[in-house]
Design a protein around this ligand. Structure first.
Ligand SMILES: [Zn+2]
Length: 507
C-alpha cells in the first residue's frame, strides 16, 4: 500500500518541496529510508517507531520503505518525523486516504509522540503557499511563524495523537493565528540621551542611520564607542513589512525565531566576538547556515575592537559589503544569502589605547601603532564611509553636561531623511543613499565648481581611491538630505571629507 505526504526542506534560505512516499510491502519487518537522508533523517526511524509504539498505534509488522523525493538533494534535519509517521498511518489505513490532500506537513517527534519545533518553518510555509497547498500542519511552537504567511490555513499540532485523532475523525486541528501586526515596537532600554557630550560622534551616528552608511569609531577605552554603537538601532528607521519578513526568514532558518515574536519587530543588531570563525561570520560550514552578516541583514553588524578580528575574517567581509549578499559554494548547490547590513565598528587608536589622549601617555612604539592600524586593510577601510574620532570625556565636564538629545528626536530626522531618499531612489530599486550605484550617484550627487574643486583637493591630499570618492559623495548626499537641502553644497562635501580621517597616513 502506497501513501504520499507533502513535506519540505530548506537549502540556504530557499525552501523546496519534498514528497514523503511510504510503501508498506510484504515480508519481514524492515524500516528503511532512502532519498539521500543525512544523519538526523536516518535517526528519524528510531523516533518515528518509538512514537507510533508509545502512542498505541503500533508499528506495521511489514516491510516499510520511505522515499524522500526528489532523490538528488541531501535531506537534513528532523522535520520529516511527523510526515513519515503520518504517511505510515495513511498507508496502513489508520487515517482516511484523502485526509492529508493539499497539506504540507513538518515536525520533529519526541519518543512519546510530542511534536517539537523545527527550523525554517516560515520559508516552508511561504513555499507551500506558492505551491498552492491549501493547508500546513506545523508544530505548535512554529504556528505563529507559519501564520505570518497570508492566505494559508495553518494548523498547529502539539502531539501525534492529537493530529491522528483529528485527521481520522475529520475534526479540525487548532488554527494558528498570525501575530498582531501593530506598529513595530521600538521601545528599548537603551536611549541616545544616555550619551552626554560627544557631539561629533552623535552626529556621525545620525548620518550613518539616515543614509545606511558604514561607520568606524576610533578612540581610547572608556570613551563610549560601544555605548554609541549599541544605540544605533534606537535611531534607525522602522522596517517595512517586506524587510521584517526577510529578517524573520533568516532567523527561522537559523533556528533563532522565538514563538512570542514570529515576525521580527526591530532591526537586527549582531555583535559577534572577535574570535568568531569565518563560517560563523560569513555563513556556510557543514550545516550551510547563514552567518552573522546575514543575521544582520537590514540591521547592524557591530564589530567591537575591529583590529582583534582575524585578517581572513575581515577580508571576507568585503564581498557582502560590496554586493549585499554572500555566495557559499556547496557540493550540490551554490547558496546565496542576503547580507545587506550596516557595519558599525570600533577600535582603539593604538594597542594600549591612549595614542593622542590629552591626559594619559601612550606607551606604544610608533611601529607598533602602525602595525596595529594596518590590521585593517586599505580596501576594508575604503568601504567604511565614516571614520570618527571619539574623544575621551573629561569626567568633570560630563557631570555638568545636560543629557543628550533623545533617540526619539534623532529618529524623527533620520526617518524624514530616509523618506526623501526613498522618494528619489524608489524608481531605481535602491533603498538608501549608501546603496546607490554609479548611475544613481551621477544622477543625484552633482556638485557645483567650488564643491568639485574641494573634493579634488581632498582626493590628492588624502590620496583617496575612486571608491572613497564615491562614498564621500553618498555621505554628502545624506548630509544634504538631513538638512532638507535639494542640492549638495560645499559645506556638505567638507563635512563628508572630514569623516575620512583614517585615510591620512598618520601616525
Ligand atoms: Zn598606545
Amino acid at each position: 500500500m502506497l501513501a504520499t505526504v507533502i513535506s519540505g526542506a530548506v537549502l540556504g534560505i530557499e525552501a523546496y518541496r519534498v514528497d514523503v512516499e511510504v510503501d508498506l510491502g510484504r515480508g519481514m519487518m524492515v524500516f528503511s529510508i532512502v532519498g539521500l537522508p543525512a544523519g538526523a533523517v536516518c535517526e528519524s526511524r528510531t523516533r518515528v517507531k518509538s512514537a507510533l509504539d508509545n502512542c498505541g498505534y503500533g508499528f506495521p509488522q511489514r516491510r516499510v520503505t520511505v522515499n524522500l523525493a526528489p532523490g538528488h538533494i541531501r535531506k537534513q534535519g528532523t522535520a520529516f518525523d511527523l510526515p513519515i509517521a503520518l504517511g505510515i498511518l495513511l498507508a496502513d489505513g489508520k487515517i482516511p486516504p484523502t485526509a492529508l490532500d493539499d497539506t504540507l506537513v513538518v515536525g520533529e517527534l519526541s519518543l512519546d509522540g510530542r511534536v517539537r519545533a523545527v527550523r525554517g518553518v516560515l520559508p516552508l510555509a511561504a513555499h507551500a503557499a506558492r505551491l498552492g497547498a491549501r493547508r500546513v500542519l506545523v508544530p505548535a511552537d512554529n504556528g505563529g511563524e507559519a501564520a505570518v504567511v497570508e492566505g494559508l490555513d495553518v494548523r498547529a499540532v502539539g502531539h501525534l495523537v492529537e493530529a491522528v485523532e483529528a485527521l481520522a475523525e475529520g475534526q479540525a486541528l487548532p488554527v494558528a493565528h498570525p501575530p498582531v501586526f501593530d506598529e513595530p515596537d521600538v521601545a528599548s532600554p537603551l536611549d541616545l540621551s544616555d550619551v552626554r557630550g560627544q557631539p561629533q560622534a552623535r552626529r556621525a551616528l545620525e548620518i550613518a542611520a539616515a543614509g545606511g552608511h558604514n561607520l568606524l569609531f576610533i578612540g581610547p577605552p572608556g570613551a563610549g564607542k560601544t555605548m554609541l554603537a549599541r544605540r544605533m538601532p534606537t535611531i534607525a528607521p522602522p522596517m517595512t513589512f517586506a524587510e521584517r519578513l526577510q529578517c524573520s526568514t533568516i532567523a527561522s532558518v537559523s533556528g533563532l525565531l522565538r514563538p512570542e515574536e514570529p515576525l521580527l519587530q526591530r532591526r537586527p543588531f549582531r555583535a559577534p566576538h572577535h574570535s568568531v570563525s569565518d563560517a560563523a561570520l560569513i555563513g556556510g560550514g557543514p550545516q550551510a547556515r547563514p552567518g552573522e552578516v546575514s543575521l544582520a541583514h537590514h540591521g547592524v553588524l557591530f564589530l567591537d575592537e575591529l583590529p582583534e578580528f582575524r585578517r581572513n575574517a575581515l577580508e571576507a567581509l568585503r564581498q557582502p559589503l560590496e554586493d549585499g549578499e554572500v555566495v557559499v559554494a556547496r557540493a550540490q548547490a551554490t547558496l546565496c544569502y542576503p547580507a545587506r547590513f550596516m557595519l558599525v565598528a570600533s577600535m582603539n587608536p593604538c594597542p594600549c589605547g591612549y595614542h593622542g589622549h590629552p591626559r594619559q601617555a601612550c606607551e606604544c612604539h610608533p611601529i607598533a601603532v602602525r602595525t596595529y592600524r594596518n590590521r585593517i586593510s586599505g580596501p576594508l577601510l575604503d568601504r567604511i564611509d565614516l571614520h570618527v574620532g571619539v574623544d575621551p570625556v573629561d569626567p568633570r565636564a560630563l557631570h555638568f553636561a545636560p543629557p543628550g538629545e533623545s533617540s526619539a528626536r534623532v529618529r524623527e530626522r533620520v526617518v524624514a531623511a530616509r523618506e526623501t531618499q526613498q522618494n528619489r531612489l524608489e524608481a531605481s530599486g535602491v533603498a538608501c543613499n549608501a546603496h546607490m550605484r554609479s548611475r544613481e550617484i551621477a544622477a543625484h550627487c552633482g556638485l557645483d565648481t567650488t564643491a568639485q574643486r574641494l573634493l579634488m583637493t581632498a582626493m590628492d591630499r588624502l590620496a583617496l581611491s575612486a571608491r572613497a570618492h564615491d562614498r564621500i559623495l553618498k555621505v554628502a548626499r545624506t548630509i544634504a538630505d538631513l538638512a532638507d537641502a535639494p542640492g549638495i553644497t560645499t559645506g556638505h562635501v567638507a563635512e563628508a571629507i572630514q569623516y575620512r580621517q583614517l585615510d591620512r597616513a598618520d601616525p
